[in-house]
Design a protein around this ligand. Structure first.
Ligand SMILES: O=C(O)C(=O)C[C@]1(C(=O)O)C=C[C@@H](O)C=C1
Length: 365
């Protein structure tokens, strides 16, 4: 035997032995999770038990990233543990996650990034349908897009919070790469039209104006729908991401055509319960103030005085005459923190209405 073969044989034996140990350790961890489920059920007999614990998962993933010894990158190690925890949670309770569909959208990719692949992901046709599915209890949690770094806020999601009783339980960010896709069956045909979602067209506007100027752009309800049409229709191309390309067997004519290389979308996890503090949290509120001079100053001043960082503030038109302004505000910290409960108490005194949308761990992955 050559030296190479001998050495490879030794290393593979070592890998087999390590895999055996990893498997035994993962199985021991899974048994622990099963036991955790029994403890949770025994402590809340006959009640809704919340098996999924976003604050605990964030702590586990943060610790893994901190302690990772390498050579695997911390992000990669956290992704592996994300999947292990996802499988452990599925043993406790299979989670149903509603998302803005259809299958193959970036929202599905965000749902799987956040919850791992052991959940049942349920595509729904609209943002309000995702809210309703979670409100009715048909799904445990929902995932909806809330803002894009190139295109700004997704107003429909913000507006849903005005009337919905749901809480924000988490956030997840996804780098969005768009590709120009065609079916291998039709790739020799001249492209006469490009399908995509209106947001994706907006995120690739400059590229399209430079490289595909004059070709008709047809807006459809989702990138996955665009990909489906490109798969079927000769002369059609789609702008969509990897998941949709794979699902419909499309080829990339051009890769990563988004105008901004840091193009990122932030998604929210919505659920029916409040999430305890994880140590690194964010909170969101909706506030309506009276239509009078200095109202915005009055709203923001307590945050400044108590040293709380705002991460976003958006204004939305009021749904009724009584709400003159509606501000959607994200800030660092948890509503159970002393400083934050003081700020919110002050705002409550001045506001027409203050709605606490929830506190949740800052996205880890
Ligand atoms: O710690 C818990 O409460 C668990 O249920 C265990 C566990 C895990 O596998 O670590 C699983 C699911 C929860 O979402 C959080 C953590």
């Amino acid at each position: 035997m050559t030296d190479e073969k001998t050495r490879l044989g030794e290393l593979r034996e070592e890998i087999d032995a390590l895999d055996q140990q990893i498997m035994e350790l993962i199985s021991a961890r899974a048994k622990c999770a099963q036991e955790v489920a029994h403890v949770k059920m025994a402590a809340n007999p006959g009640e809704d038990v919340f098996f999924y614990r976003p604050e605990r998962e964030a702590q586990v993933l943060r610790r893994i990233k901190e302690k990772n010894p390498g050579p695997l990158p911390a992000e990669e190690m956290a992704r592996l543990f994300r999947e292990i925890m996802s499988a452990c949670l599925a043993l406790e309770k299979p989670m149903h996650i509603a998302f803005l569909g259809p299958v193959g959208t970036f929202t599905q990719a965000a749902a799987l990034k956040h919850f791992g692949h052991s959940v049942v992901s349920v595509p729904l046709p609209a943002i309000d349908a995702v809210f309703r599915e979670v409100e009715s209890g048909a799904a445990h949690y929902g995932v909806v897009p809330v803002e894009n770094s190139t295109e700004g806020m997704i107003n429909h999601t913000l507006d849903m919070f005005m009337s919905s009783p749901l809480k924000i339980c988490g956030e997840v960010q996804l780098r969005i790469h768009h590709h120009l896709l065609v079916s291998p069956k039709h790739k020799d045909e001249e492209i006469t039209r490009i399908y995509s979602h209106q947001q994706s067209f907006a995120q690739c506007r400059q590229w399209l104006d430079t490289h595909r100027y004059g070709i008709e752009r047809i807006t459809v309800s989702s990138n996955a729908e665009a990909a489906r049409r490109a798969a079927e229709e000769p002369g059609a191309a789609a702008i969509a991401g990897d998941m949709a390309a794979e699902l419909y067997g499309l080829e990339k004519l051009a890769n990563s055509i988004e105008d901004r290389p840091d193009n990122t979308t932030r998604f929210l996890i919505i659920g029916r319960e409040e999430v305890p503090a994880s140590g690194q949290d964010k909170s969101s509120i909706l506030v309506s103030m009276r239509n009078k001079p200095g109202a915005l100053y009055q709203l923001l001043e307590p945050f400044h005085r108590h040293g709380i960082s705002l991460t976003r503030i958006e204004t939305r038109p009021s749904p009724s005459g009584t709400w003159a302004y509606v501000f959607y505000i994200d800030f660092e910290g948890h509503m159970q923190d002393d400083r934050i409960s003081k700020v919110l108490a002050e705002i409550d005194e001045e506001a027409v209405e203050l709605k606490r949308l929830g506190s949740y761990p800052i996205g880890v992955l």
